[in-house]
Design a binder for this molecule. Structure first.
Ligand SMILES: NC(=O)c1ccc[n+]([C@@H]2O[C@H](COP(=O)([O-])OP(=O)(O)OC[C@H]3O[C@@H](n4cnc5c(N)ncnc54)[C@H](OP(=O)(O)O)[C@@H]3O)[C@@H](O)[C@H]2O)c1
Length: 242
């Protein structure tokens, strides 16, 4: 039996990842701040679910909490760093940008370091999955902090993949780049297209994670948008996204 920890498992993509991995026979460790939601998902899954209430930005206590959960589960094979926030930042609001950076950048990087160190110390093998976004491929005046934070996630994972190669350790780094997926984060978004149900998107994510892919666009056709984002000259993109 394999063990997987998922941060941000109280709703949306993270919750569905927990359910689909448990259906495949994995032991799942669930992390999030809303305790009642953690308990609810645990009840739905049964004995193979372990919970750890945690605000991932609480860096002082987070490492201890991750390691405690790993211990309770009897080890770890896959760490999925999914917790994230996305705020509309058309207005200039440092408070909301700071929160986005704190969760999506600082807490993500911290989780990455803890998981990588654990795999190095304990097994010399493992997998770390980061939830970046198609937004990592572009900048947007409508969500400057969010798009920049997702760019950081993607780039940081590339660096860690190179680090694992250089150290000759079998630690897979999987960058999942979703397009629009139904969740609490997107429920008030306007102008979305190619919106995938949570179930469909997560099914593709689980497949990519089990196949130990380095990158996966979810759903697959978002690869086209990534290609367009790379190919369209910046001045045109600036007009479209400002
Ligand atoms: N939905 C999309 O279209 C889409 C597209 C691209 C990427 N993504 C990424 O997918 C990930 C999951 O998002 P979602 O769409 O499923 O949204 P969601 O339903 O709002 O889920 C966000 C999860 O993150 C957790 N979280 C937020 N801040 C946290 C903190 N400080 N400490 C611990 N947990 C925290 C939340 O749990 P608590 O509130 O209980 O702490 C919740 O479980 C995010 O990284 C998001 O950026 C989503």
């Amino acid at each position: 039996m394999k063990n997987v920890i998922i941060t941000g498992a109280t709703s949306g993509i993270g919750r569905e990842l927990a359910i689909q991995f448990s259906e495949k026979g994995y032991k799942v460790g669930l992390i999030g701040r809303r305790v009642e939601r953690l308990v609810e998902v645990q009840k739905e899954i049964g004995n193979n679910a372990f919970i750890k209430p945690l605000d991932v930005t609480d860096i002082e206590n987070a490492e201890g909490a991750y390691l405690e959960l790993i211990n309770e589960m009897g080890g770890l094979d896959i760490m999925i760093l999914n917790a994230g926030v996305g705020r509309d930042s058309r207005k200039l609001t440092w408070g909301s940008d700071w929160q986005t950076i704190n969760v999506n950048v600082t807490a993500f990087a911290h989780g990455m370091n803890v998981a990588f160190q654990y795999f190095l110390d304990e097994k010399k093998t493992g997998q770390i999955v980061g939830m970046s976004s198609i937004a990592s491929t572009l900048a947007s005046g409508r969500a400057a902090a969010y798009t920049a934070s997702k760019h950081f996630i993607s780039n940081y994972m590339t660096g860690f993949r190179q680090k694992a190669n250089r150290m000759r350790v079998d630690i897979t780094i999987t960058d999942i780049k979703p397009g629009f997926v139904v969740s609490e984060m997107t429920e008030n978004n306007k102008g979305m297209f190619w919106v995938a149900s949570t179930e469909k998107a997560v099914k593709q994510m689980v497949k990519a994670i089990e196949a130990k892919k380095n990158h996966a666009y979810v759903t697959k056709r978002w690869r086209l948008i990534a290609w367009i984002a790379k190919s369209v000259p910046q001045f045109i993109w600036d007009q479209l996204t400002s």
